[in-house]
Design a protein around this ligand. Structure first.
Ligand code: FES
Ligand SMILES: [Fe+2]
Length: 350
């Protein structure tokens, strides 16, 4: 397959869109029509904020998974994620709430909520309300990210652990500015782009595509190992791209060969229509080479987004022999959707 001279069609559209020169009518199909499999939010560990962006005593509202959540950090430094609405009379705890005595204080009548979601104090009453309970989400801080566990069943304990990737958190690896997007499709469409090697040529204009060494679907995780010829001014240089997925919310991609670059890849449903995508990049070695690679990766994401924002899901895709392992990926992805989320009920009965 011969590369085009100059940019690909989607590169041209992404460049024009970035310059504000072109816009497209949005599809009038709903996300359920475009993505019929998306009837539940997948259970997962979801990053919610880079840890260094949430100070002690800070409280803020966050909209994810079609829910209003409150994110806060107590005075001991522990982060918490809970449903946002106060069980007393419904104020949003994220808007005007404050941290006191390790509790989250509602801005409306100052009831205090403990980190386990129980009522810790009512400032104008001798007794607490023992029946009141806020839904809380198991919350950890790992690899520089505050992450919470979501499952439709609130009593389901986390089904896996996110590994500590300390090797990338040393001074050797310089963090670059993270990139964030709101994409009009589910996480699964973004993730399916990973095993789709052909698009690297046809969308991003790559001279060569990676050669898959192995792809493991290992329970809730997946691991992809590949070699690639990176284009450099001195000609192609042999390198590697290796990725590890830890459920739907968090994956890691490592590039080695010309410069060691790693990115943490975050995808979290905002609601049924949109997904929050964030990439946190770290580079080891010559900064200018790493920055050039990251600039290119960000440009590629903008090009992919043109497709994501407008595509549909083809349940029985017409595939060629040389297409990547799309169907094994979909079988892996399917395990994360389970019923029982009250926020999803009614979605399919429209
Ligand atoms: S609504 Fe929260 S204390 Fe009254
Ligand atoms: Fe891509």
């Amino acid at each position: 397959m011969e590369p085009l001279d100059g940019e690909t069609p989607l590169q041209a559209i992404a460049r024009q869109a970035a310059a504000g020169q072109q816009s497209f009518p949005e599809s009038s199909m709903t996300s359920l029509e475009r993505f019929p499999y998306y009837t539940a939010f997948p259970f997962a560990w979801y990053p919610i904020v880079p840890g260094d962006r949430l100070g002690r005593g800070e409280v803020r509202p966050v909209r994810l998974l079609a829910r209003d959540l409150v994110l806060w950090r107590d005075d001991d430094g522990d982060a918490h994620v809970m449903d946002a609405y106060c069980p007393h009379l419904g104020a949003n705890l994220g808007i005007g709430g404050r941290v006191e005595n390790g509790n989250l204080v509602c801005p409306y009548h100052w009831w205090e909520w403990a980190a386990d979601g129980t009522n810790a104090r009512i400032p104008y009453s001798e007794r607490t309300n023992r029946k009141a309970q806020l839904r809380t989400y198991p919350t950890i801080e790992r690899n520089g990210l505050v992450m919470f566990w979501f499952h439709p069943d609130p009593d389901q304990a986390p089904l896996w652990e996110i590994p500590e990737l300390d090797e990338y958190l040393t001074d050797e690896w310089a963090p670059l500015e993270p990139a964030e997007w709101t994409v009009r499709c589910p996480w699964q469409e973004l993730a399916e782009n990973g095993p789709d090697y052909v698009h690297l040529r046809t969308v991003h204009g790559a001279a060569s595509v990676p050669e898959l060494e192995s792809l493991d679907f290992d329970g809730y995780f997946n691991h992809m190992r590949s070699t690639v010829d990176f284009a450099t001014p001195r000609g192609p240089t042999r390198g590697r791209i290796d990725t590890d997925g830890y459920g739907p919310g968090f994956s890691v991609a490592r590039f080695s060969g010309i410069v060691d670059t790693v990115f943490f890849n975050v995808t979290v449903p905002i609601d049924w229509e949109t997904t929050w995508s964030m990439k946190l990049y770290r580079v080891r070695g010559p900064a200018s080479v790493g920055e050039a690679l990251v600039r290119d990766l960000k440009k590629q994401m903008a090009e992919d987004n043109v497709v994501f924002d407008n595509k549909i899901h083809v349940p029985s895709p017409a595939l060629a022999d040389a297409d990547g392992p799309i169907l094994p990926f979909r079988r892996w992805a399917a395990q994360f959707y389970v019923d029982g989320d009250p926020v999803a009920a009614g979605r399919t009965q429209g």
